[in-house]
Design a binder for this molecule. Sequence first.
Ligand code: KDG
Ligand code: MG
Length: 402
Amino acid sequence: MKITSAKVIVCSPGRNFVTLKILTDEGVYGLGDATLNGMEKAVASYLENYCIPSLIGRDPRNTEDIWHYFYRGVYWRRGAVSMTAVSAIDMALWDIKGKILGTPLYNLIGGKSREKVLVYCHVNGKETGEVTENAAKAIENGFRAVRVQCGVPGVGHAYGVQKGSRAYEPAHRGIPREEYFDTSKYLNFIPSVFEKARQVLGSDVHLLHDVHHRCTPVEAARLAQELEPFHLFWLEDPVAGELQEGLRMIRKISTTPIAIGEVFNTIYDYTTLFSEQLIDYVRMPICHGGGITHLLKVFAMASVYHINSGFHGATDLSPVNLAASIHFNMAINNFGIQEYMPHQEEVNEVFTINYVFKDGFLNIDDTPGTGVDIDEKAAAKYPYEMARLPVNRKMDGTMFNW
Ligand code: KDG
Ligand code: MG
């Protein structure tokens, strides 16, 4: 069996997506998600100009060797752009493997450890009352876990909080917007939001919060400690993760569980975090963290340290990635939770999906491979338009140093 060609499909049904399609001499093809929010064309170019020419003629069943070829065989290893490309190649090859063996992806990586996957949704609002009302509605709609974000008095725009009634989307068309944030106002305010949320929502629902790396270690430690009475499921990205040792201070001071890694892309971003048990959940998604082949190794190592999965699943990761994440979560023992933000309606015109949300869980069917397909004609109706994530400054204009 041989790879005969591959193409990169860039489209924008409401937001930009990059999809890699690998075709074989047996007529079977596989899909991988190569979307990197705000850097779509960089990944598309790396795939088209450097990776695809070396893929042609290889046996797509050799997932381990091909992964090492594109990771260790390349002099300039790691980095978000190249790892997104490696991930997309790997996902597409596992999709092909499932299709030729006639079995869903989860069967290739351990079978079912569970029947369905617990998810959390996003809830936010401009002020505490709106947030708790929205959270109550999400719980009524079946969610058992909600991520709570709230506007902060005195801060014009808190990242992670949607504006107006449009669906939440952090990237904006054109060059990056510059936004302003005040960590001290944020730290003074956020514990009161969770106090109110617990009063209104009770203790059964899982509450999560995303700091989006906007604290220094000592600020994050204070926040984790002050949130302890409200028993969060996790506090996400409390600090920027480049300095793994920065997590030590948070751990020493608080028992609030910590999730990190949506911007990480290899196991080497986690070595200190795992071996010193500084975190509880791994956020690195399949489409940025080296695909199925690499994440199987990451989660084997994580399980030694009692660390679970909590994959990134915002809407800037395509349905191909979400389906692969559900399969992965079904199979591994150390599953924690999956982030789930339903995609906009137009996305479903382009991608055919095989998963469904019910009563707080995502369920996936047993279509061979990953089970998601792309309609290229529909994709062509939505051409790419540049959109970038914002840049952040302190209130006095200084670039943030987190
Ligand atoms: O592209 C960036 C978004 O995916 C990110 O801001 C969303 O932090 C996020 C999350 O936890 O979903
Ligand atoms: Mg996040």
